[in-house]
Design a protein around this ligand. Structure first.
Ligand code: ADP
Length: 162
């Protein structure tokens, strides 16, 4: 049984993340979407809200599990006997940070490896922080996030919500 973990902040989940998830579920028997909680990083949504939104958009896949960690990815992986991480690569600019993270993780646990999926072209410039900025200024985010996430963003930023 091949399990992979897809770690990230997912604050909130976007169509770019979902594209990686869709492709990863075809490659592995099971996929854990891991909300990596960084106390030093201010998030817009709570871990519970982000988990709920991820659950809503992945409910069609019984092989997808959602979990959270406050610690290191490799510690979580080792504890759960998961040897593979999946990450998405958008532009070349992602490469350097991802390369050093993959090497660092492998030096922390030599049995751990990372596989990269290239983003689909339409999501190349899509990141959660941009989506949050657009929503904050009342822009239309429906092309970037699933409908449930767009609704939550409206609730956050537009007085009276929905
Ligand atoms: P971000 O806040 O930049 O969206 P996350 O920590 O939530 O970053 O991202 C988790 C993983 O998903 C990372 O591997 C990231 O490169 C990937 N990812 C994020 N957005 C996209 C996208 N539009 N296309 C492909 N992969 C993406």
């Amino acid at each position: 049984m091949r399990t992979a973990v897809y770690p990230g902040s997912f604050d909130p989940i976007t169509l770019g993340h979902l594209n990686i998830i869709e492709r990863a579920v075809d490659m592995f028997d099971s996929l854990v979407i891991l909300l990596a909680i960084n106390p030093g990083k201010q998030s817009l949504f709570s871990a519970e809200e982000n988990t709920e939104m991820i659950r809503e958009v992945t409910s069609a896949w019984p092989q997808v599990k959602i979990d959270q960690t406050h610690g290191l990815l490799v510690d979580y992986a080792r504890k759960n006997d998961i040897h593979l991480a999946v990450r998405g690569l958008r532009a070349v600019t992602d490469f350097e940070a991802e390369f050093s993270m993959a090497l660092t993780n492998r030096s922390l646990w030599e049995e751990f490896d990372t596989v990269y999926l290239m983003t689909s072209a339409e999501y190349m410039y899509l990141r959660s922080s941009t989506v949050k900025q657009i929503a904050e200024y009342g822009g239309d985010v429906s092309g970037f996030v699933p409908p449930n996430v767009a609704a939550r963003l409206r609730e956050k930023f537009v007085p009276g919500g929905e």
